[in-house]
Design a protein around this ligand. Structure first.
Ligand SMILES: Nc1ncnc2c1ncn2[C@@H]1O[C@H](COP(=O)(O)OP(=O)(O)OP(=O)(O)O)[C@@H](O)[C@H]1O
Ligand code: NI
Length: 321
């Protein structure tokens, strides 16, 4: 009898020490992403959360090869076929990655659509350009849209319908990864819920979803995994229920305390300037220590932000308490 082995789950995307910095005039360096190490797995929704300006969108742009000319990258971002998104030429990124391997859900579905053409015309164009395997009606049904609604112009679509069209467009090239950067900006709470639920449904087809958001409540609703980013670093990552239910890093606790159900306690102070991180890390060990030096029981970290891991969870810099 032969042993039956469970199939290995392959990560669809693996980030190794991904770093991005921007070179500004007069030798100033902006450290936007520092040593990010993350995995996207089929069937899972990874929420990347953190305050405005911590580097979430820069990380997304790095994965899509859409960084501006003054950006420098280090590390790697490997697709399951070995393609390194940081090293691939633009011809590969444009022809094989964007839309085909990674579908992008825009920040604002309604403004993303061309106003003078029906949803169907735009979807058909995307399917043809990406040589997608599904027709427009099939994609519409897949995202819970009545195919007849594809014949509407964008201004005739409700917010929820526009979101569904945007997701259908992102799925047109049948990508295994969906990347959504702040897809709920400006939406009311019920539509936020419907939008993230729709993304979570996309993950159930063995896709991976990377949901970038500063809406922790939305992340909690659908994420299977959470990565918390602060001042360019992922400071804590792991299964969503564990990270959000029992945070290890004080920054994660602080983000949760700022939610209505956490008591609306704003995080004191401000994140540091991303041009100052080298100096702050040298002085304080970790940048979050510098923000909250007066917190009771707060022992500043020393040395580099070494990773502490237990099972699927890990944090940087702060020992789990
Ligand atoms: N081309 C650039 N040159 C210099 N700095 C840049 C450039 N692009 C982005 N940055 C800086 O990188 C940092 C990270 O920005 P990013 O947009 O990734 O933040 P974010 O976490 O996505 O915030 P938000 O939640 O507001 O979208 C910011 O301080 C931003 O000013
Ligand atoms: Ni610290």
């Amino acid at each position: 009898m032969t042993d039956v082995q469970a199939p290995e789950t392959t990560d669809l995307l693996t980030l190794h020490q991904l770093s991005v910095r921007f070179r500004l005039p007069r030798g100033v360096l902006v450290r936007a992403v520092s040593d990010a190490a993350l995995q996207l797995r089929p069937g899972r929704v990874l929420a990347l959360v953190g305050e405005s300006g911590c580097g979430k969108s820069v990380l997304a742009s790095a994965l899509l090869g859409l960084l501006p000319g003054n950006a420098e990258t280090r590390g790697s971002a490997l697709l399951d076929d070995g393609t390194d998104l940081l090293a691939a030429p633009e011809s590969v990124l444009a022809g094989q990655v964007r839309g085909r391997r990674i579908g992008l859900v825009p920040q604002s579905a309604s403004t993303h659509l061309t106003p003078v053409r029906t949803a169907r015309a735009q979807l058909v164009e995307a399917i043809e350009a990406l040589r997608g395997p599904s027709g427009p009606d099939e994609l519409a049904r897949h995202v819970g849209l009545d195919p007849a609604d594809l014949d509407r112009y964008p201004h005739e679509l409700s917010g929820g319908m526009a979101q569904r069209v945007a997701l259908a467009l992102a799925l047109a090239g049948d990508p295994r990864i969906i990347l959504a950067d702040e897809p709920t900006t400006g939406l009311d709470r019920p539509l936020v819920h419907r939008t993230v639920d729709l993304l979570a449904d996309a993950a159930t087809d063995d896709r991976a979803v990377l949901l970038i958001t500063h809406d922790l409540a939305a992340a909690r609703r659908v994420a299977t995994d959470v990565a918390v980013m602060y001042a360019s670093r992922v400071v804590e990552a792991g299964p969503a229920d564990q990270v959000l239910g029992d945070p290890w890093h004080p920054y994660t606790s602080a983000l949760l305390a700022a939610l209505p159900e956490g008591g609306f306690e704003p995080i004191p102070g401000h994140p540091p300037s991303l041009t100052e991180l080298d100096r702050i890390e040298q002085e304080w060990g970790c940048v979050y220590c510098q923000r909250r030096p007066d917190q009771p029981g707060f022992a500043p970290c020393t040395g580099d932000p070494a990773l502490l891991a237990r099972g699927e969870r890990w944090i940087a810099a702060h020992a789990p308490c």
